[in-house]
Write a protein that binds this ligand. Structure first.
Ligand SMILES: Cc1cc2nc3c(=O)[nH]c(=O)nc-3n(C[C@H](O)[C@H](O)[C@H](O)COP(=O)(O)O)c2cc1C
Length: 298
């Protein structure tokens, strides 16, 4: 893993760009009597969170480091707007849709690896990269988890039967759901389709990716969400379809036993689940979205 070791005094042109780019102020300038100056790097308390901005910004490659070859190998970091225009980005992101009908064709290991790679490069709070991934690509493993998640609906059906006993002890969303006529219809449809072999949880997708992490801060869930978004957009660029599966996330959040069966450590929780596959449907149009809820303090 990346480690900043110091500054190559021979190469340093003292432009101070490293000082300006370091958010934890590990670079400093020493002004000498003879008008000369010297740039120093010091981190005795290990503030560096390995963002590599100093390496990426130094015009003379004067930052000494260990394990940062990826920073140099990526030449496209310069002029990123030439890679993709705003117009193309908007067309690309608006054309992504949640896919729920898939061809019964497995994903190749290369395709899955490419998506994971896109997730690896997504940002995270303090560059912590506190994210762990599980890939399910065997049908029996996906079916196993789908059956487990479906127990949420079994429980909901039981609640619904007892709704007049249960309602006095409920509040908020649960109460609203129990009272809504839509709940019974949705549950009946769910079990009807499931009995016909339609997986309404993972939609018979050939791959499921689960993100889990130990709690660190309130940012842990956001970090996972960003990684998943990157993975979904990468999959979209490869002609693959994806869908975030909140149901599975909700179930795994609650079920310690299934988390253990999946090999998720005790202190970790699940912050996102999504499916990937070759889409069997072609979207010809993109739907509208609500106007943005905006409070622009101009
Ligand atoms: C956090 C999150 C959880 C979701 N959970 C589910 C889910 O459990 N099942 C499902 O079919 N779709 C799920 N979706 C997909 C949304 O329904 C979908 O993104 C939304 O309707 C907008 O459609 P689009 O993705 O095609 O633009 C989820 C999406 C998000 C972002």
């Amino acid at each position: 893993m990346l480690k900043i070791l110091g500054i190559d005094k021979e190469k340093c042109i003292k432009c101070e760009k490293c000082i300006a780019s370091c958010t934890v102020e590990l670079f400093s300038v020493e002004r000498k009597d003879n008008m000369e100056k010297e740039i120093h790097f010091e981190d005795p308390l290990r503030f560096c969170f390995r963002c590599a901005h100093c390496i990426a910004i130094c015009p003379t490659e004067a930052i000494l480091y260990e394990g940062a070859d990826e920073v140099y190998n990526f030449k496209e970091a310069k002029n990123p707007s030439k890679l993709l225009s705003y117009e193309d980005f908007m067309k690309f992101s608006r054309s992504r849709r949640s896919t729920r009908i898939f061809k019964q064709k497995p994903l190749s290991e290369e395709e899955i690896t490419q998506i994971l790679e896109a997730m690896r490069f997504s940002p995270s709070a303090s560059n912590r990269q506190n994210r762990y991934y599980i890939v399910l690509s065997k049908k029996e493993e996906i079916d196993f988890l789908s059956d487990k998640v479906a127990t949420l609906m079994v429980r909901a059906k039981k609640y619904l039967k007892l709704k007049y006993l249960v309602i006095p002890f409920t509040s908020g969303l649960l109460r609203k759901r129990l009272l809504s006529p839509k709940t019974k219809i949705s549950l009946d449809r769910f079990f009807d389709r499931r009995s016909k072999g339609v997986d309404q949880i993972f939609f018979n997708a050939p791959c499921v990716i689960i993100l889990h992490a130990p709690p660190y801060s309130k940012m842990t869930a956001s970090d996972a969400g960003i990684a998943i978004t990157h993975g979904m957009l990468a999959a979209h660029s490869m002609g693959l379809g994806t869908c975030w599966i909140g149901f599975a996330q909700e179930y795994l959040w609650r079920s310690k036993k299934t988390r253990k069966q999946l090999g998720i450590p005790k202190n970790h929780n699940v912050h996102g689940v999504f499916i990937i596959g070759h889409p069997e449907q072609e979207f010809l149009r993109a739907p509208p979205r609500r106007e943005i809820n905006l409070n622009w303090k101009k």
